[in-house]
Design a protein around this ligand. Structure first.
Ligand code: GDP
Ligand code: GDP
Length: 456
């Protein structure tokens, strides 16, 4: 490395940074209007999780990446959901439940100017049951005079209240220090551990009515085993063990797949939260698409969620039994134009109704997981890069020609590469490198990350 003008320490640092495993997940929960979205904006340091004044506005994005004191983690914002017909307690509890289930630690936000409400107490019960580390955020402490209100929140019995003003930033640093202490270095269910022993985790996702519950029923026959049905608690979410192709798989959040009858307002947002939670917990996402219906923005959002989460991906086009010649023709065109970002994902054309091609699902999942776990030896990678650079050099810019000097695979699940270059590598060339990597090494069914370090 040194002879190429890179410091050994720089190289090692870059590899470590790029090779991080899955990030730990922090959920921000609490009743409406306590300031969850405002706090999430603070934590991620941008205005992306827009605080919406209009009730009933749906947001599809619920997971964000954040960094504090050099540590990275994900934040799940549950602030976008209005109460539904079951009333405020039930709706807050339901949304918090999904978020808590998927999280490694929780920030529980209370409006200290209001004090403890029954709904807050209900969330505390959930938190106790879940047993995840909790950081209590006493929000809306905008000045010294509010400190006493924060102290009163000791009465919740879940530890120290951290006085915070999400609006102005007061106290958020100290609270984030506590968050880092609560968060594990890596997510609890590490992929490595389950990869060896436990069943692989599948998230079956897709927009409403694509046939998720039908498919689950079809593949499961009568063999369903409910894994974590906690006695006397709420039913959601539930993981189920299902044997397919002689192997036991864990389908995560399957209760969420079944209809929740009380869903009225905020159904789309709720569905997004559910999808995000399931994807966080899974290794592979099986994305179901209704082949009979036009591929929609909602389908694309779900795809993006799974890609951004870095999961192995299989696409199943369902309701194949209903397609005529014409629809088949247009479907192929739509797939090309709308789902180009996952052209690498194994595809199965199924019917949950007739059982068509159900037997192809498991091989597709195995292919995707194999791609997700692929590791390219450094020697092979550099032989490949050397050839690529000489046969197809980067375009000359400002009289200089940036070159990829060497590279390494810093991690798997999904594959992550770091390339070291003599100058800025343009987006188009990066895409070319990715395409060639896929041609050479497969990576079927997996997103791949490529980061580039430029020599100073
Ligand atoms: P959510 O429903 O829990 O996501 O709450 P929002 O983040 O939408 O905030 C609800 C309202 O409380 C908004 O009008 C915010 O501006 C306000 N708010 C949030 N945090 C603070 C704070 O620290 N101090 C004050 N004074 N207002 C806040
Ligand atoms: P979910 O909301 O994604 O769980 O979708 P459901 O499993 O509830 O299915 C929605 C509707 O599509 C139901 O009426 C199903 O009977 C129907 N459906 C599901 N899969 C198929 C299929 O493969 N073919 C046909 N013709 N209908 C299907």
């Amino acid at each position: 490395a040194a002879e190429e003008g890179f410091d050994v320490e720089d190289v090692e640092g870059a590899i470590e940074e790029a090779g991080h495993g899955p990030l730990p997940v922090l959920a921000v929960v609490g009743r409406p209007n306590v300031g969850k979205s405002t706090l999430v904006n603070r934590i991620i340091g941008r205005r992306e999780a827009v605080v919406e004044d209009k009730p009933g506005v749906t947001r599809d994005r619920v997971t964000y990446e954040a960094e504090w004191s050099g540590r990275r983690f994900k934040v799940v914002d549950t602030g976008g959901w209005e109460q539904d017909v079951l009333g405020i307690d039930a709706s807050v509890a339901a949304q918090a439940e999904y978020a808590i289930e998927a999280a490694d630690a929780v920030v529980f936000v209370v409006d200290s100017t209001v004090g403890v409400t029954d709904t807050d107490e209900a969330v505390v019960k959930l938190l106790r049951r879940a047993g995840k580390p909790v950081v209590l955020c006493a929000n809306k402490v905008d000045g010294q005079s509010g400190e006493a209100d924060a102290t009163a929140l000791w009465s919740l019995g879940i530890g120290e209240p951290h006085p915070v003003s999400s609006l102005h930033g007061r106290g958020t640093g100290d609270m984030l220090d506590a968050v880092l202490e609560a968060l594990p270095e890596a997510p609890k269910e590490t992929f490595g551990a389950t990869g060896i022993g436990g069943p692989r985790r599948i998230a079956l996702i897709g927009r409403p009515n694509v046939g998720k519950s039908s498919l689950l029923n079809k593949v499961a026959n009568e063999d369903r085993v409910v894994v974590n049905e906690l006695a006397g608690t709420t039913r959601d979410p539930v993981d189920e063990l299902i044997e397919l192709g002689g192997v036991t798989w864990k389908f995560v959040d399957t209760a969420g797949i079944r209809k929740r009858v009380h869903l009225q307002q905020g159904a789309d947002y709720y569905a997004s939260l559910r999808t995000a939670a399931a994807v966080e917990k899974a290794e592979v996402a099986v994305i179901l698409i209704d082949a009979a219906d036009t591929i929609s923005i909602q389908d694309q959002r779900i795809v993006t969620m799974a890609v951004e989460a870095g999961r192995a991906i299989v696409v199943a086009y369902n309701k194949w039994d209903t397609l005529d010649e014409e629809r088949r023709y247009y479907l192929e065109r739509e797939i090309e134009t709308e789902l180009g970002q996952i052209a690498w994902a194994p595809r199965v054309n199924v019917s949950a109704r007739t059982g068509r091609h159900m037997e192809k699902l498991v091989p597709a999942i195995e292919t995707a997981l194999a791609g997700w776990e692929t590791r390219v030896p450094t020697g092979r990678l550099n032989a490949f890069l050397g050839e690529l650079v000489s046969s197809h050099p980067h375009p000359i810019r400002g009289g200089k020609q940036p070159r990829i000097l060497f590279g390494t695979q810093a991690g798997t699940k999904p594959p992550r590469f770091v390339l070291f270059a003599s100058g800025f590598i343009e987006h188009g060339y990066r895409r070319y490198v990715e395409r060639r990597l896929r041609e050479e090494f497969g990576f079927e069914g997996t997103p791949i990350h490529i980061s580039v370090r430029v020599r100073e």
